[in-house]
Structure formats: C-alpha cells, structure tokens
Ligand binder design. Structure first.
Ligand code: CP
Length: 304
C-alpha cells in the first residue's frame, strides 16, 4: 500500500507548532549558525509583502538562496493585486505556476490563516507578520538568539517594553517564551500601548520602565507603531523617550550580563538610546544574523 503524503506544513502562529517542532527548529537554527551544511531543496518560494520589511523579507530570501531554492520577489505595486485581484486568486495563480512556499506579510490580522485551505495544489504559507496578530519566525529567531546567549529559561526574567498592543512580535514572543518555560514574563508601556487582555496569565504588567527592567535578564524593546494608531502626532518622541526610552542607567537596574533585544526597525533616541543599541549588552544585530539561520531551519522543517 502506498504511504499517504505527509500533511502540508505551514508556519502561521506559535500555537500551531508542536513542542518537537519548536525544539527541532531552534536546534537546527543553532547548528546552521555553527556551520552545519544546509540541505539542498529543489523548491520555489515567493515573497509577497503588503507592508514594508527589510529584515524579514531579505532574510527569507537569503535563507532560501542558501538552501538552493528559487526565490521570486513579487513587487506588489507591479502585480495584479493593483487591478483588484484577491489574495486568494493571487495565491492560487502562484500555486498553479509551481510555487511551493509563500512568505507573506499582510496588514489584516488573521488574513493568512484564512488562506490555509484555499489554494490547490497546496502552497506552504509562512506568516511574515499579519496585522497585530503574530510574527512566528521572529519569535523563533529571538528564542534561538537567547539560547545561543546561554539563557536559563526557568530562571529568566524577560521584560518586553513599549508598544505591546500593536506588536505581533510581542504576541508571538510571549507565547513562545512561555512555552519554553520562561520564569518571569513582564510587559510595560504607556496604558494606550498595552493590550486590552492578556492571553497568558503568567504575564506581569509593570507600570514603569524601571519596574520592568529591575533584575531583568532580557529587555526586549519595541518600536512605537504609529502606522497602527489613529492619534496623529502622538506620542511626542521626547516625552516618550523620557518615560519609556531605554538608557544605560536602566541597564544598571537589570541583572549583570542582561541582554538587550529589539526586533527592529529601531528608532534611536525614542524607545532606545544609540549607546544601548550599539553597546555590549545589545543582541540586536545578533537577532538579525540568527534570522537567516532560523528561516533556513524553518524551510528545512517545512520541506525537507
Ligand atoms: N523584525 C521585522 O519584522 O523587521 P522588518 O519589518 O524589517 O521585516
């Protein structure tokens, strides 16, 4: 009897990953970063970004190239989406041409989840950020960066600070760090930038930046996402920096050896001082570097 085809794997959110998937992607990310030879994958991937991106789009492209995959970058403004073609029809069209994977970023939360059962033959969908939903590959690369940095999950206090409400990175990070056993997860930011409800009852809300960073092992700063707010001109960058900008003085309140992270893009002088972003505690460029390996590991998990 013929074996049935294995189910098609997508990467849409953290909840749909099994423990063994998370473990194997992080482990493989670290192996690849240590120089393990990559698989060679005879597949085609397409990038379709309805919102701007530097890190995610380029690192998915680099990851695919290092795995020997063919990469297509769809220029949205020159695509038939501008003529009214639906996302469903665009994906079905790409599938009919033999595209195996679609890395997509969309401003609507949950829009990519709606696509899972749509295109035939199936295209593997990789969520590169959906509105205020999730950004699972960023969470996986953040976790791998922390593992490489020697994190002891049960003992770790992790503070996520800034515009948590609009951050899909924060949402995925909180879910993933909790599943990896983080001892203490804190969030902090102006009231308008905190979520209405917390999906995880282990998350502590701190009312000041100082309270959030006290004895923290990891401080993850977030960008203010003005594009998702309807209050023009708010917040004032100087005011914001005064209350919520991470400075070297704050690092003195954290644990010695504390790591500073930021998914990027950063706004120097607003949520983080340049001296901190470029300082010895910063893992920001290490996150970017690890992002390529994490995305290679994700393609291998999905296709190999
Ligand atoms: N972290 C992140 O998603 O960055 P980009 O918007 O540059 O892809």
């Amino acid at each position: 009897m013929e074996k049935p085809d294995p189910p098609v794997r997508h990467l849409l959110d953290i909840d749909s990953l099994a423990e063994r998937d998370i473990e194997s992607i992080i482990e493989r990310t670290l192996d690849l970063a240590d120089g393990a030879p990559p698989e060679q994958l005879d597949f085609t991937t397409a990038n379709l970004f309805f919102e701007p991106s530097t890190r995610t789009r380029v690192s998915f492209e680099l990851a695919a190239s290092r795995l020997g995959m063919r990469v297509i970058n769809i220029e949205l403004e020159r695509s038939s989406a501008t003529k009214g073609e639906s996302l469903e029809d665009t994906v079905a069209t790409l599938a009919a041409m033999g595209v195996d994977c679609l890395v997509a970023r969309h401003p609507e939360t949950g829009r990519l989840h709606e696509m899972v059962n749509h295109p035939q033959p199936p295209v593997r969908l990789l969520n590169a950020g959906d509105g205020q939903g999730e950004h699972p590959s960023q969470a996986l690369l953040d976790a791998a960066t922390l593992v490489a940095g020697g994190i002891d999950w049960p003992a770790a206090t992790i503070a996520i600070v800034g515009d948590v409400r609009h951050s899909r990175v924060a949402r995925s990070d909180i879910k993933l760090f909790a599943r990896l056993g983080a001892g203490c997860l804190r969030i902090a930011g102006p009231g308008e930038m905190l979520p209405d409800r917390l999906d995880n009852d282990r998350v502590e809300v701190c009312s000041t930046l100082e309270a959030a960073v006290r004895n923290a092992d990891v401080i993850m700063m977030l960008r203010v996402q003005r594009e998702r707010m309807d209050r023009a001109g708010w917040p004032d960058p100087d005011q914001y920096h005064h209350h919520w900008g991470l400075t070297e003085a704050h690092l003195g309140m954290a644990r010695p050896g504390c790591h500073v992270m930021h998914p990027g893009p950063i706004n120097r002088g607003m949520e983080i001082d340049a001296a901190v972003a470029d300082g010895p505690r910063s893992l920001i460029l290490e996150q970017v570097r690890m992002g390529v390996y994490a995305r290679m590991a994700i393609f291998e998990w999905m296709l190999a």
